[in-house]
Design a protein. Structure first.
Length: 346
């Protein structure tokens, strides 16, 4: 559509087709009309005094508006690069000794990163997040489909190849949950924003186990609620082909359900964890020691059978946690209650 034709279009129609325009005008404290006003009439009707506050006039505002549309359409047409494998070329440990393992992560694979606290699990995730090129403390190099990533794309972050879920989620933006998710959904140019917001919200509440609303300020969310919201956002909205998770067991969320949501055929999932249930649910385990990868273990059939036993223990502990959260004294549990928890007596 030419600029002339777009200027003659109704603003309400343009915003419906291009939801990101609402954010463009909202950033300038300009209210978008819902009537039959054309874009040209709307732009010309904005008081000059208001535009002066943003160092703009009517022509420069129009130019910026079309530049914004052009950039967003370029972003949309580029889509998300498809990645089939990520190669982690060996670096060195904290003593400078070379790593003995080069690792290839493939689409549809879940890989756990295990090791003692302080061993370097988070460093490995960080290397992948920044697509390290022997320029981090580990000296590792990360290749995408066997190739060195373009330097400009690597540093600009435009490709959004990696979605990172860290241990700490702190919001500083003063928005409601609904407004926050809407902003992200519109920036991703999804076709049905309202239904996607509802999907993310319902998923987050399910994961958190603590009720909150779309009107709740994101700064008022608990740690578990914040992590649940971001996990739901990544699972339901993010197109990033690589997902990195740092100790999801500390999130205060339904971690098994969270992992199920995040594991998709088109994703590469790497998670640092101390949780044996999550570690054994992975296809492989990268064992980290003294800052280096010291072993790569395939999950065998005997270990997979252990998952069933761990699930039973996990369910019993979950019931116990629920009882304690509701204010029950464990010492006062009846024999029947103890049996439900899987214990002979309490």
């Amino acid at each position: 559509m030419t600029k002339t034709r777009m200027l003659d279009q109704k603003v309400s129609t343009l915003v419906k087709e291009r939801p990101y325009l609402l954010d463009f005008f909202t950033a300038m404290a300009i209210t978008v009309p819902r009537d039959q006003t054309s874009l040209k009439e709307f732009l010309q009707a904005i008081p000059s005094a208001h535009l002066t506050e943003f160092s703009l006039d009517h022509q420069s505002l129009t130019d910026q508006c079309f530049d914004f549309i052009e950039q967003m359409e370029i972003f949309s047409s580029q889509g998300q690069r498809s990645i089939t494998e990520v190669t982690i070329k060996a670096g060195h440990d904290k003593n400078g000794d070379p790593e003995q393992h080069e690792v290839v992560l493939r689409v549809g694979e879940v890989v756990a990163v295990v090791g003692p606290t302080g061993s370097g699990k988070s460093r490995l995730l960080a290397d992948i997040e920044c697509l390290a090129q022997k320029d981090t403390p580990s000296g590792r190099q990360v290749l995408l489909d066997g190739e060195v990533p373009d330097e400009k794309k690597r540093l600009s972050g435009d490709q959004q190849l990696v979605a990172q879920l860290s241990q700490n989620m702190n919001f500083v933006i003063d928005l409601s949950v609904g407004a926050f998710v809407r902003m992200h959904a519109e920036s991703r140019l999804v076709s049905d924003v309202d239904s996607r917001i509802e999907q993310i919200f319902r998923t987050a509440v399910e994961l958190a186990g603590e009720p909150f609303t779309l009107e709740t300020p994101v700064t008022a969310l608990s740690g578990g609620q914040s992590r649940a919201l971001m996990i739901a956002d990544v699972a339901c909205l993010s197109a990033s082909p690589i997902v990195l998770i740092d100790e999801i067991e500390n999130a205060g969320v339904d971690r098994r359900r969270a992992l199920e949501l995040l594991v998709k055929e088109e994703k590469i999932v790497l998670m640092a964890t101390h949780d044996p249930l999550l570690a054994l649910s992975a296809d492989r385990r990268l064992v980290i020691g003294n800052g280096g990868i010291v072993a790569v273990l395939e999950t065998d059939n005997k270990e997979r059978q252990t998952i069933l036993e761990l699930l039973g223990i996990d369910k019993r502990l979950a019931r116990m946690r629920d009882l304690i959260r509701k204010g029950n004294r464990v010492s006062s549990l009846t024999k029947e209650g103890a049996s439900l928890l899987g214990f002979s007596q309490v």
